[in-house]
Design a protein around this ligand. Structure first.
Ligand SMILES: O=C(O)CCC(=O)C(=O)O
Length: 494
């Protein structure tokens, strides 16, 4: 039983976390004031102050109990080899592309001080939301939250722009807080090469190895539209800025997405495990049964405080380990668990995506989600919600709209493409869907087809049994959706 687990589940405890944390390690006081003292009322005699401190201590990663595997490393100039690996990455595992951006990457442009000065808001312009996305470890999140991290918007800890986060990290006040998965376009526009007309030196274009993202297929030219994360423009790519010694607990990225990470400053140590090894990670399903969090600490397999759950890590035969250095780009395939330790202060850009390789897996995960939404749709109708209103609202639900769209238009060809050149991000977004030219009106017309399918689904009340409800609804929805013109060939070329 881990300390984390006890903290979360034991009610009969002798002392309080807030007492144990009364003197927090340097750099963690503000986090603890903010979170631990308020939110860890449960505690227990088994947990010692020493054990709790160790959850955030700057311990170097412990050795893996077996021999680690090394991922394939391919130079960015070898597009064919990259493409071949990406086509089979779900089986082969992670890939490191070396010199990924060629001469576009100049290390001196990506130091902390260079980033700080490039990302300062213009003089006289007060910082405005959306605030930077930050994350930090808290003892009760391990095994209970994605990546063992608590996410906040920066304003919760007084961080309203990237320069102030860098300052607070360096002063030590927020050394344990990372800028994590923060939309780069909001957090620091100048890090991205947005269009052919913007001549921002050193801004990064979309890497040529990943020209497709089906998750923006219903989006428009400038990233507007019905995007997965709630319609936010330019939700990806994301930027990460972390201090040495911070770590991201083992986790799996959601919805079968793959992601790439381009390392811009400092080095990160990665440990990556194939889907068939997650059984050794002491998974805890979340309450909804839609995700699993892990108690085992793959970055500290020998840690005394985790001896019970970490013991099973020794049974995991395949684990890839690598260090990602500036200029290198890592690709982590869908459903591969991974953990990261920042060996230095680091800066990186990431993008989660769906292309021909992981589309079937993504569609299967969307289908499960769409089934739950259809059940919810019917339960709202039963509670008296007006049909037109409900059909319209649910048709705009990104997972349902994406499922309706992609399940009828999934390309038959699964060829992975690699372009000749890196592209400005605006061009990247523009080429994702057939709707860019028509703007949001064209996207809306498309969504209205799903609304009609929902309307007709409800009008022909299905006879279902509880256990089969979602599946029966999905089958009918699929049929009605096709009839609404989902596969009329008009937009088949995504
Ligand atoms: O770099 C990090 O700290 C974590 C990156 C990661 O695991 C992810 O984005 O899924």
């Amino acid at each position: 039983m881990t300390c984390y687990y006890l903290a979360k589940h034991l009610e009969a405890c002798e002392s309080k976390f807030s007492d144990l944390w009364s003197t927090a390690p340097d750099g963690y006081q503000d986090i603890f004031n903010f979170v631990v003292a308020k939110e860890c009322p449960a505690s227990c005699g088994v947990c010692s102050e020493e054990q709790l401190r160790a959850t955030v201590a700057e311990a170097d990663p412990g050795d893996w109990p077996r021999a680690a595997l090394s991922p394939k490393r391919i130079p960015g100039s070898d597009g064919d080899a990259v493409r071949a690996h990406l086509a089979a990455a779900a089986d082969l595992g992670p890939l490191v592309i070396t010199h990924a951006m060629g001469p576009l990457f100049r290390p001196e442009a990506w130091t902390r001080s260079a980033l700080r000065s490039r990302c300062s808001p213009p003089a006289g312009v007060p910082p405005a939301p959306p605030w930077p996305t930050i994350a930090f470890r808290q003892p009760s999140s391990v095994g209970a939250k994605w990546a063992g991290l608590r996410f906040e918007n920066g304003a919760a800890l007084g961080v309203r722009d990237l320069p102030s986060l860098i300052d607070e990290q360096d002063s030590g006040r927020l050394a344990g807080v990372a800028l994590f998965d923060s939309p780069a376009n909001h957090t620091c526009t100048r890090t991205l090469h947005r269009s052919a007309n913007d001549h921002e030196p050193d801004a990064m274009p979309a890497p040529r190895f990943f020209p497709r993202d089906y998750e923006v297929a219903l989006g428009g030219r400038d990233g507007e539209g019905l995007l997965r994360k709630g319609g936010n423009k330019w939700d990806d790519p994301d930027i990460f800025v972390s201090k040495r010694g911070t770590k991201t607990h083992v986790h799996i990225d959601g919805h079968c997405t793959r992601f790439w990470m381009l390392q811009l400053n400092g080095r990160k140590l990665w440990r990556v495990l194939p889907p068939n090894e997650t059984v050794h990670l002491a998974g805890v399903p979340n309450e909804k049964g839609t995700d699993t969090h892990f108690l085992a600490d793959v970055l500290e397999p020998q840690a005394e405080r985790n001896a019970d759950v970490n013991a099973s890590l020794g049974a995991a035969e395949h684990m890839f380990e690598f260090v990602l250095s500036p200029g290198e780009l890592a690709v982590i395939p869908e459903n591969w668990a991974h953990a990261v330790f920042n060996l230095d202060d680091t800066i990186a850009i990431t993008y989660n995506y769906v292309d021909e390789a992981n589309l079937p897996c993504y569609l299967a995960s969307l289908r499960a989600h769409a089934g739950r939404l259809l059940v919810k749709f019917f339960s709202q109708l039963a509670q008296g919600r007006a049909l037109t209103d409900a059909a319209n609202a649910f048709a705009h639900h990104p997972p349902l709209a994406y499922y309706a769209h992609l399940s009828t238009r999934a390309p038959s060809e699964r060829t992975i493409r690699v372009l000749d050149d890196h592209q400005p991000w605006g061009d990247f977004f523009a080429q994702q869907g057939p709707y860019a030219a028509g703007g949001t009106a064209a996207i809306e017309a498309e969504v209205q087809k799903f609304a009609r399918a929902l309307f007709m689904l409800a009008s022909t009340a299905p006879e279902t049994t509880d256990s089969e409800e979602a599946e029966v609804l999905l089958e009918r929805f699929d049929q009605l959706n096709r009839e609404q013109g989902g596969s009329n060939g008009e937009h088949d070329e995504l």
